[in-house]
Design a protein around this ligand. Structure first.
Ligand SMILES: *Cc1c(COP(=O)(O)O)cnc(C)c1O
Length: 406
C-alpha cells in the first residue's frame, strides 16, 4: 500500500513541509517510519556490488545513507528550493563537511566577522592549520568583501541575520561578488530558516543548516545539513560523509523531519511574538538600544524585510543602561535573574523563550577590547523568543526592567 502518487508541481512550502520525503513502506504508515538500523540486507551479492559501486540506488549502510535521513534531506531541499541536501550530525558537522569537500591547502575564504563563534574558530583556527587562509570582513559592508577577493578565493561564507546583534548582509550582492571571482557563496540560514529566507533564490550556491535550532524547533536533538546542487551534494559532499563519518543519526533525522511539519506556523507565531517584544522593549525605561530587523530603527530594516519575507526572525537583543561596563552588567544580570518564566540558557530556536547574557557566555572568552569591537556590551541581553503568550513574556521582563538601578 505504498503511496505511489507524485506530488503536483507548484505546492506551497507549508504543504511541502508535510508532504515531501520517501514514499511510505509496504505497510502504508501515515507518520514517517523511523529506520533505526545501521545496515541493510541485500537481495544478492550482485546487487550489493552494484550498490557499493554506486551504479544502482539502494541502501547499504547508514553512514552512507538511510531512508529516514533521506526523507529529512528531501524535505529540507524542497523547502530551500535546492536540487538536493545532505544531512550531518550537527550544524558544525555540516560546515566541516563543506570545508573538507571544497577546500585544500592554498585556498582562500572570505567570511563575515560576525558569524557563529564555532564557525569563526573552524575557519580561523582549525582550517588555518591545514593551510586554508580566511579573511574576516564586515557583515554589512560589501566593499570590504570585494577588497578581500583574491585569485585563490574559493568560498564566501555568510550568516544573516547575525547572532546576537541581528545584522543583515545582502545575499544577492555577495552572490554576484562570489560568482564574478569564480567562487561559491554559502549562507548559514539557521536564524531565518527557509520559512523566511531562501538564499538560493538570491544566488547563493550552498545553504547551511543547524537542524538543532528552528528546524527541530523544540530543543530536542542535534542535526545539520547542506543544501545545494546535486553535483556538489552527491559527488563532493557524499564521499566526505562516507569517509569522514559526520553522518546524521536516523533518530535525530526523524525528530527534525517531524519538526519541519510545523516550521511555517511556528516561525510565523515566533516572529510575531518577537516583533511585539521588540516594539514593547523600545518603550521601556532602562533600555539603551533594541536590535531587531523588524524594527524601523534597525540599520538594515529595508534589506531585511525584502530578504526575509517581511519578517524579522525570532531573536531580539537589547542593551540595558549602565554608566560603566560593571554597572551595565549588574543591570543585565538583574533583568535576567528577575525572570521566572523564560529560561536562562544559551540555545535558541526553541518554542520556549530563552534569555542569554552574550558577554559572559557565547562571547565570554573574548577580551573586553575584542568584545567591544564586536559590539557586545556588558549590558547586552539576547532573547530567543518562543511561543509563550506574549503578555507573559513582557511581564517576565518587566520584573527586572521595572526595578533597575538607573
Ligand atoms: C547553533 C548554530 C550553528 C551550529 O549548529 P550545531 O547544530 O550546534 O552544531 C551554526 N550556525 C548558527 C547560526 C547557529 O546558531
Amino acid at each position: 500500500m505504498t503511496d505511489e502518487r507524485t506530488l503536483p508541481p507548484g505546492l506551497h512550502r507549508d504543504t511541502l513541509a508535510l508532504r515531501t520525503g520517501l514514499a511510505p513502506s509496504q505497510h502504508g504508515e501515515h507518520s514517517e517510519a523511523l529506520f533505526l538500523t545501521s545496515g541493510f540486507v541485500q537481495p544478492d551479492a550482485e546487487t550489493s556490488a552494484r550498490r557499493f559501486a554506486g551504479t544502482e540506488q539502494g541502501f547499504t549502510y547508514s553512514r552512507t545513507s538511510n531512508p529516514t535521513v533521506a526523507s529529512f534531506e528531501q524535505r529540507l531541499a524542497a523547502l530551500e528550493g535546492t536540487e538536493a541536501a545532505i544531512g550531518a550530525s550537527t550544524g558544525m558537522g555540516a560546515i566541516l563537511m563543506m570545508c573538507m569537500g571544497l577546500l585544500k591547502a592554498g585556498d582562500h575564504v572570505i567570511c563575515s566577522r560576525s558569524v557563529f563563534g564555532s564557525t569563526l574558530n573552524l575557519f580561523g583556527k582549525e582550517f588555518a592549520k591545514f593551510g586554508v587562509e580566511t579573511t574576516f570582513v564586515s557583515q554589512t559592508d560589501v566593499a570590504e568583501w570585494r577588497a578581500a577577493m583574491k585569485p585563490n578565493t574559493k568560498l564566501l561564507f555568510a550568516e544573516t541575520p547575525t547572532n546576537p546583534l541581528t545584522e543583515v548582509c545582502d545575499i544577492q550582492a555577495l552572490a554576484d561578488l562570489a560568482h564574478g571571482g569564480g567562487a561559491l557563496l554559502a549562507v548559514d540560514n539557521c536564524f531565518c530558516t527557509p520559512a523566511l529566507q531562501r538564499p538560493v533564490e538570491l544566488g547563493a550556491d550552498l545553504i547551511i543548516h543547524s537542524g538543532t535550532k528552528y528546524l527541530d524547533g523544540q530543543g530536542r536533538v542535534m542535526a545539520g545539513a547542506i543544501c545545494g546542487p546535486s553535483k556538489l551534494i552527491v559527488d563532493v559532499f557524499g564521499p566526505v560523509v562516507r569517509t569522514a563519518g559526520m553522518a546524521l543519526s536516523p533518530f535525530n533525522a526523524w525528530v527534525v523531519l517531524k519538526g519541519m511539519e510545523t516550521l511555517g506556523i511556528r516561525m510565523k507565531a515566533q516572529c510575531a511574538n518577537a516583533l511585539a517584544v521588540a516594539q514593547w522593549l523600545e518603550q521601556q525605561p532602562g533600555i539603551a538600544r533594541v536590535y531587531y530587523p523588524g524594527l524601523v530603527s534597525h540599520g538594515q530594516h529595508e534589506l531585511a524585510m525584502r530578504q526575509q519575507s517581511g519578517q524579522g526572525g525570532a531573536v531580539v537583543s537589547f542593551d540595558v543602561v549602565g554608566d560603566t561596563p560593571e554597572a551595565a552588567r549588574a543591570n543585565a544580570f538583574h533583568v535576567i535573574n528577575s525572570t521566572r518564566v523564560v529560561s536562562i540558557a544559551t540555545n535558541l530556536g526553541d518554542t520556549k523563550t530563552i534569555i542569554t547574557h552574550p558577554g559572559t557566555t557565547s562571547h565570554g572568552r573574548l577580551t573586553e577590547v575584542q568584545r567591544q569591537a564586536a559590539g557586545i556590551s556588558q549590558g547586552l541581553i539576547r532573547l530567543a523568543v518562543g511561543l509563550e503568550y506574549i503578555d507573559d513574556i513582557t511581564a517576565d521582563l518587566s520584573r527586572g526592567l521595572g526595578t533597575l538601578n538607573t
